[in-house]
Design a binder for this molecule. Structure first.
Ligand code: FRU
Length: 477
């Protein structure tokens, strides 16, 4: 790390120490989800497991809870439950990443961790639309132990990308097939069409552009954070497209994240099936996946959305903003792509109670899990209440809706999606964040919410059986 990097790291450490003092009165601090020690967090980056240790890097602006300088933060864990927040490893300290160590991935090859990211450079003036206004440099850093990192190595610059693209190319994700490495990056053509770009390499250092992957019809103007993987023979291309039109039951956030099933071979000839959103909640974007040492495909998303209209997040008052979702295992059952919290999350369970239906019941905890079995075709409503504020989940005639009252939602109002048959809901409630898993992971909704008071209760109507699990906190957050 050069002198500038060391200076930014020292400033970060000082800020993190100050933040420790603010912690005590912060009623929104999460107990079940990774959040920044201080400042702003966005995309998960560099997800991997190496020698038994899970690594979760993330986009980190430690000096300002409203964003700004983008570095990488770093958590590690042996079990996805007990976490250690490591020193931030990457700062924008080189001419080729001076405006941000942007998103990227990890590849573990022969016990070495290779981190690829976009070094962002913004030139004077309109750097978004003028073609030379922005540099999207592809940079590599390696590590043998996941704690100490090599010097940065510049692998590709704008000159290495074909001329038909704008300078919006970023977020490399790398995988290996036989003896070839593949890298996919998100991009935008000069006609404003969202695309993914495929590159190949034999040695991880020299990369060549191979081809473009996109839809026949335009699907958004920009694709961010692409990811490609296979689960139980199903081939999946995940992207975070920008520029989709809002529909009644889909695409309700400003930007989306979802996947196409891929027919054929992504590295040769392929076609993309319809797009499915990963998460139908208010707060989800830029997910990334990795395969762990048990062979599970695990997805983690950012529980936030860029440029979202929720500009008044009360956590800013406590010096931080945003969080990551649970690690979710992706499986495919009868062609359906399911997401469920990794089984380790269930080891947080302490004790259980049956919650009677049609009755307002006080809850003593601010973190818990609800397991609700519903009656097919019977309307159902779940309310989480604090004074006059509520988070309401309701189901009627094939429509599931999620609504939040004014202060609880801060701009998150009403959201609806089609769920043909509602059978089961598993709802994880953290201090200011909720993940709702519908029908064993067929749909997921993530939302932040903000309750002021401590007096909390639940009311459930129309269900068959409701179990409330009390939960232990995750450690090290
Ligand atoms: C997605 C994103 C990425 C970029 C990063 C910068 O949220 O815009 O495309 O690399 O965030 O923080």
């Amino acid at each position: 790390m050069n002198e500038l990097g060391k200076y930014l790291r020292e400033q970060t450490i000082r800020k993190e120490e100050e933040a420790n003092l603010l912690k005590r009165n912060d009623k929104y601090r999460l107990k079940l989800h990774l959040m920044p020690k201080t400042g702003w967090m966005n995309d998960p980056n560099g997800l991997c497991q190496i020698n038994g240790v899970y690594h979760v890097f993330f986009q980190y602006s430690p000096l300002d809870a409203r964003g700004g300088m983008k570095a990488w933060g770093h958590y590690t864990s042996k079990d996805l439950i007990n976490w250690e927040c490591q020193e931030a490893p990457l700062f924008p300290d080189m001419p080729y990443d001076k405006d941000g160590v942007y998103s990227g991935c990890a590849l573990v090859n022969k016990d070495i961790m290779y981190l690829f990211y976009t070094g962002n450079v913004k030139h004077e003036g309109d750097y978004d639309y003028i073609l030379r206004g922005r540099e999207a440099n592809t940079v590599l850093v390696t590590s043998e132990d996941g704690i100490h990192f090599s010097d940065k190595e510049l692998l590709m610059t704008n000159k290495d990308y074909p001329k038909k693209y704008t300078c919006h190319i970023r977020d490399p994700k790398v995988w290996k097939e036989n003896d070839t490495f593949y890298m996919i990056q998100g991009g935008r053509t000069k006609e404003d069409k969202g695309v993914a770009l495929l590159f190949t390499s034999k040695d991880l250092y020299h990369w060549e552009y191979d081809k473009e992957i996109t839809t026949d019809e335009m699907f958004g103007y920009m694709w961010e954070c692409p990811d490609y993987f296979e689960v139980q023979k199903e081939k999946i291309l995940s992207i975070s497209p920008q520029g989709l039109e809002v529909e009644k039951f889909r695409f309700q956030n400003i930007y989306q994240s979802g996947y196409f099933k891929v027919n054929g071979n992504i590295t040769k000839d392929c076609s993309l099936e319809d797009f499915t959103e990963w998460d139908m909640g208010y707060d989800f974007y830029a997910p990334q996946t990795f395969e762990d040492e048990k062979g599970r495909r695990i997805l983690i998303g950012w529980a936030g959305v860029p440029d979202a209209p929720y500009d008044n997040e009360p956590t800013v008052h406590y010096g931080w903003q945003h969080a990551l979702t649970f690690p979710r295992e992706i499986t495919v059952v009868d062609g359906k792509v399911l997401q469920n919290p990794v089984e380790e999350i269930l080891s947080l369970r302490k004790g259980s109670f049956i919650i009677p239906s049609n009755k307002k019941v006080k809850v003593q905890q601010d973190i818990f899990e609800l397991d609700i079995e519903t009656e097919v075709n019977i309307p159902c409503i779940i309310e989480y209440i604090c004074g006059v504020e509520k988070v309401i989940i309701s189901y009627q005639e094939g429509i599931l809706s999620l609504s939040l009252t004014k202060e609880a939602g801060r701009g998150r109002e009403l959201r609806k999606l089609k769920v043909e048959k509602l059978e089961h809901m598993q709802i994880f409630v953290d201090t200011s964040m909720m993940e709702i898993y519908v029908n064993q992971g067929e749909f997921v909704l993530t939302t932040r919410f903000y309750f002021e008071g401590e007096d909390r209760s639940i009311r459930i109507e129309g269900s068959k059986e409701n179990i409330l699990w009390t939960l232990n906190e995750m450690q090290g957050l």
